[in-house]
Each structure stands twice: as structure tokens, then as C-alpha cells.
Ligand binder design. Sequence first.
Ligand code: PEP
Length: 253
Amino acid sequence: MRKQIAAANWKMNLTVDKAEVLLDNILSADISLSSDQLAVFAVPSPYLQLAQQKLNNKENFYIAAQNCYSKKSGAYTGEVSVEMLQSLNIQYVVIGHSERREYFQESNAFLAEKLNIALEYNITPIFCCGEPLSIRDAQTQNEFVSTQLEESLFHFSADDVQKIAIAYEPIWAIGTGKTATSEQAQEMHAHLRKVLADKYGKDVADNISILYGGSVKASNAKEIFSQPDVDGGLVGGASLLADEFIAIIKSLK
Ligand code: PEP
């Protein structure tokens, strides 16, 4: 059965003291998760170890890196390797966030390399896809997102592709306060699951978690997460507020 995931993406926010308070507040809240529900915190790299220690193996709570490089180690100043993440016991990594694609020119082919090395090191990727507004306006979002999947994921075997979680994040809804309607989210998630089913079969597609991202907050999480093909969310802004993110975790189905 696929997991329901509430993933926080802190992006490049919070100083260490504020990060600690935020994690403490969330971890001390009364949240009970079933075995198929997870809360994941994608924290800035300098806080990975501290955040991992704070979690203290709390069941169903995980720390994620926000990025990784495609090489194992070497002369790549400023980059973070999956080998380093593994050595810190980090089990998740966000790959292909639209901000990485846009500001750091990360292509589908390059993201495929990052996915390869993440799986080689047994780190679960949260692979982001999603269309810009111009593509949505032209109503070609299904083709656009299918290509992202084909070019980054479709070289994997059925066994391996099930180790990846996907986050559908329409770029026009990220950080804009403009959320996709729950119908728009469901429509795209059903499309993505069909693309996966056509390639790998229905059983495989049904096993893959597909999160929605784009201005998710406490007030809309329950409705969006209740859609049959939406398996939780990747949350930016609202994940920086303890009460908001606690409510979002509690909205998982
Ligand atoms: C994100 O960072 O992936 C995101 C969806 O941001 P926000 O929730 O702020 O739109």
C-alpha cells in the first residue's frame, strides 16, 4: 500500500535557533500517525544532522535533504552527495524541485542521474514535476508533465520506480497563494498514475505515492489530500509555521 506523506520543504529559510524551535514544537505535538502515514522535513543542509538528532528515531518521522549531486564524491565544491546523506542516516531527498530546475538549470536528463545515485544509496527520492503557467494556459500540462516523467524516470525497472515518491507541483501555485483546485489536482494525479500504469502496469502505479505541492495550508489540506490519487503534499510556506504544519500532517488520509 502506498504511503501518505506530509513533506515540509523549508527551502532556504530559518536560522538554526528558529529551526530548532520549529522542530521541537512539531515533535512535541500530539500527532498519531498510522504505519502508512509519514511526516518528512526537508531542511537546509547545515541543519541535517541536528534535525536528524532531534527526531531521535521517532516513528514515521523522517528528515530529507533538499537536493543532492549526481556524483558519489570528488571535486564538486559546494555540493552534497548521497554518500554523505547516507552517512547521516538521511532517508529522503527532494530531487527536481522547480526552483532547482529554474534557477540552476537542472534538466530532466540531469535529474535522472541524481535519481540513479539516490536509489543506488537507498535514499528515497521525492521527485518533483509540474508545469509553468504558460503551459497550463495552453492546456498542454498533461503532455509536459508526462515528458518530465518519461525523461527522468522511465529508464528504471518496475521494482526501482516504486522506490520513488512523486510530487506534482504546478509552478503557478508554488509560493503564490494560488492553489490548484482539488479537482485540478486529482485530474493531474490520475493522469500521472495512468502514465505510470501504461508503462509499468496498474499494480506498480498504485504503489507510488504522488504528493501535491503548491500553496497547501491547514485550511485546504484536508480537501486536497482527500482526493483518491493525492497521497499527501509537499509544503513550502505553511511548513514554516508549527500549527499550520501540524494541522497539515493531521490532514493525511
Ligand atoms: C514547495 O516549496 O514545494 C511549495 C509547494 O511551496 P508552497 O507550499 O509555499 O507553495
